[in-house]
Design a protein around this ligand. Sequence first.
Ligand SMILES: [Zn+2]
Length: 516
Amino acid sequence: MKKSYLLLLLYFICFTQTGFTQINNQLLSVIEQEVNENSQLEILAHELLDIIGPRLVGTPQMQQAHDWALTKYTNWGIPSQNEQWGEWRGWERGITHIDMVYPRIQTLKGTQLAWSPSTGKKGVTAELVVLPTVADSNEFNKWLASVKGKLVMISMKEPTGRPDYNWEEFATPESFEKMKKERDLYEDEWSRNMQRTGYDRRSLPLALEKAGASGIVTSYWSKGFGANKIFGANTEKIPTIDLELEDYTMLYRMVEVGDRPKISIKALSKELGAVPTFNTIAEIKGSEKPNEYVILSAHFDSWDGGTGATDNGTGTLVMMETMRVLKKLYPNPKRTILVGHWGSEEQGLNGSRAYVEDHPEIVGNIQAVFNQDNGTGRVVQISGGGFLNSYDYISRWLSAVPEEVTKHIETIFPGMPASGGSDNASFIAAGAPAFGLSSLNWSYGSYTWHTNRDTYDKIIFDDVKNNVLLTAILTYMASEDPDVASKERRALPINKKTGEQGTWPSPRSPNRKGGL
Ligand SMILES: [Zn+2]
């Protein structure tokens, strides 16, 4: 009681001292009404995710998404542009079709990995082999000669296709413990054997390619039913595909027993040479302080096993919808409201790092960056990002957000500066007050993050709307604040391992020539 009274008093003092005049409550309530009753989220999601699809850097779909965003902003009367920051290996996914053709016919569930070489129209049909258990790299290198003309399965055979939560619900405790113990042993032995070969996950596919293998078959289970993570291939000439756990483990058992299964793969991607890469930038000019910025931030690119619905379709939707609502109801903000839809976040925050590097005049005058990038869930945590006085202004901005939204949010002050993970880190590294709006997970890590299951049906539109309302009001408050947000940094704690004082992350240059 006493503490909250003190906080209230403190707040009152700040409030009067800073001359923070008035929150326009009527405006806040029409914003809320627009967000809830005239939401454009579903149609935006449909156009972006169902029609354009995944947005892997360097693909024509990434370019279509940038162009689509410009059309949307133009229709809403918001000036926008695609700003080139680099170039990337151009590649386009084609049809992937994979069948077991021996000992029986079965169409398999799998896909080509990003940037994998094509099989050509004829496809590849060959027998499967698995990695041998070896004593050392000599033995492995001798075995390598036997892979000529074979498809090599290089992922571990998962002992179970049921996620742990499912075991926990139904197994006897003894049976669950036994499974985990056996799995640990098996995983351990797998990685020891991999070490003995002298190769790792990156170098092995190239060694197999060199030895004449006709393709690489992987399975990167994401620990949820039917969910696999789909990243990029490491081969240069032969195709690399990922099969879902059920099919992969079946084939693996067949190879182990000596059934000599054969599969046929068609993976018809295209190489498109070097293509330009962009960020889409749009802005509503400030009327009083046009050279100070509130930045809405969400990466626009995705991996391409699914359609990138929750990574980061939903963050993208939050920022686009917030811009639409603000342009309609708050068209003359005090500060400039700028949105950045960054390219190639997934390969190392490249688009946002390029923006920070290319725009020191903007980055030095940032009131706040709000970034969202961890799924469809309602925001449940906001950290002060290591800015000493973030408590003061973030609390003030949050005080205008409806209780139904803030009641889910835990705040952490002053928090720690993000050194990676998402695009707010690019801004923090340059000392700009940037904050991640962190979502409730909705099984993000296992089911949607970088998986073949990251699709429209996983979106929780009520939560995304909640996030639009939060972002719109935080943006309004940050824009109207009479004070410039303090950028004073906290002293970072001593690193327990090294005994040294922690240091603030420093800006890093992007990769401006990817995969070339
Ligand atoms: Zn992401």
